[in-house]
Each structure stands twice: as structure tokens, then as C-alpha cells.
Design a protein around this ligand. Structure first.
Ligand SMILES: [Zn+2]
Length: 264
């Protein structure tokens, strides 16, 4: 079947939109969605310094590429990449190579001890934790280093499914994990931005494989050591039958957030 927009050979069928897309139109679609998310949330502020949380995994490399497209040529904004050292030498090497090729300053920052301990303890207790606990600990570690690196905002490679799960979790739990503006010691935290929160995980993997193939020569699943919570597994099964469901969850989450903001 040909691309719904130009008739060229399709590389992907988006069940949720009903569109068949060729390579060019798939590329445009991903960039369009990410740019729209950034614009809608007013995430680019002149004079600010941005950091990409770069693990070396497919989503984070795609995010670096995207943020570089968005910011790289602007004189009023600057971009760096930050990485918490990983035990996977391939990921570290990819992070190094991709920042070097793009000419983006790269900082490897140590995970703080408290975060590391917390992560290890909570790994055994997945059922009792928000699926975002591990993410939020990594976020905390990165954004608390932001002060030293004078970063205003930290871009994270959260995808649509991550965001849908977060929205669901927040809607059904009383508090959920909130991004507070300040750390315990009163320092302002970097804002967290998530340009890919409307893009499905599978599309980010395809994007990386097609457009960053110097770094990813073969298909790879997102972070091999990614912890899959029971909620994630249930949702993945559900999405296979209902491809539009993650978008619906994200919308419901936004409405719940609006409602809570109004009553609080
Ligand atoms: Zn096309």
C-alpha cells in the first residue's frame, strides 16, 4: 500500500490515525507532533539553557537529534546533554559519539548516592510503587545537578505510552508523583520537558533506526533493562486491541489535571 499523502512506498501504518506513511511523511509527522507539543506547552523560553537527558537508548538519541534541530541554530538558546553513567558500555559510547557528531557539550554526572540506594531498594517492590518512581529518581538526580550546570530545563525522552501510564496513575491515585518546583534545599529545580509525549514508543524506535542509523545499525528494544511494571504489561496488551487508547488516556489525564488545578 502507498503513502496516504503522496503515494510513495509506505514504511509504517498508524492504526490510531488510519494513515499509511512513507519515510519522508513519517519523519515530518514525528517532528510535527514533537514541535506542536513544545509550542503548546510554551517550553522554549529565550535566553534559557536546555539539557537533554541522554541515556544512549533510542528515545534519548532521537530526543537529542530533535532538540538539536529545534535549538541548534538559535543564538538565544543553548543546548547540552547530560548522562548518568550506565553499566552498558554501548549506551555510553553512543551517547559520546552522537554528542560529538552534533557538536553538543556532553556532561557525565554521577548518580547521587541516595538516588542509587533508593532505586535498588525499590526494584524489589514494584507492586507498591508508581511505575514512575524509578524515572522520577533519575529525573531528580539529573535535575538536582542542573544547578551546577545552570540548566533551566531538562528534556526527557518520555513517549506516549509512558505519558498515558503516568496520566492513568495520577488519575487513580490521590497524589501521584508531582514535579515540584524546588528541591528540599530550596534551590530551584530545572523544569522537566517531554517533547515526545505524543509519539508512540514504536515510532521512536523506527525513527532512530531510520534516521540515526550510524548509531543504531539494527532494531533494538527501548532500554533493555527497562523495568516493566504490572500496569505497563496490562496496558501494552490493551493498546494492541485499542490503538487509540493511549491518546485517550493522555486526554483524560489532562482533564483530570485541569480539574484538580481548579479545585486546589
Ligand atoms: Zn508520503
Amino acid at each position: 500500500m502507498g503513502c496516504s499523502k503522496c503515494g510513495r512506498q509506505e514504511i509504517i501504518f498508524q492504526e490510531y490515525s488510519g494513515l499509511h506513511l512513507c519515510m519522508q511523511h513519517f519523519w515530518e509527522d514525528v517532528l510535527h507532533k514533537a514541535k506542536k507539543t513544545v509550542r503548546k506547552n510554551h517550553w522554549l523560553v529565550p535566553g534559557e539553557r536546555y539539557a537533554v537527558a541522554l541515556s544512549g537508548g533510542p528515545a534519548s538519541c532521537a530526543l537529542l537529534d530533535f532538540m538539536n534541530t529545534l535549538i541548534g541554530k538559535r543564538n538565544d538558546l543553548s543546548l547540552i546533554a547530560v548522562t548518568i553513567p550506565s553499566t552498558d558500555p554501548d549506551s555510553m559510547e553512543r551517547a559520546r559519539a552522537i554528542t560529538e557528531a552534533a557538536g553538543i557539550p556532553w556532561f557525565v554526572i554521577p548518580a547521587d548516592n541516595a538516588t542509587e540506594k533508593d532505586l535498588q531498594e525499590n526494584r524489589c517492590d514494584v507492586l507498591h510503587q508508581s511505575p514512575f518512581h524509578a524515572h522520577s529518581l533519575i529525573e531528580r538526580s539529573l535535575s538536582s545537578s542542573a544547578g551546577n550546570l545552570t540548566i533551566n530545563a531538562l528534556a526527557m525522552g518520555y513517549n506516549l505510552e509512558d505519558h498515558a501510564e503516568w496520566a492513568l496513575w495520577n488519575a487513580i491515585s490521590s497524589g501521584g508523583i508531582q514535579q515540584s518546583g524546588f528541591q528540599a534545599d530550596g534551590l530551584k529545580r530545572a523544569r522537566i520537558i517531554r517533547p515526545f509525549m505524543q509519539i508512540p514508543r514504536q515510532e521512536l524506535d523506527i525513527y532512530t533506526r531510520l534516521f540515526l542509523n550510524d548509531y543504531y545499525s539494527k532494531a533494538q528494544a527501548e532500554d533493555g533493562n527497562r523495568m516493566e511494571s504490572p500496569i505497563t504489561a496490562i496496558l501494552s496488551q490493551f493498546y494492541r486491541k485499542h490503538p487509540g487508547a493511549p491518546y485517550a488516556l493522555v486526554n483524560i489525564g489532562e482533564q483530570v489535571k485541569k480539574f484538580r488545578d481548579q479545585v486546589s
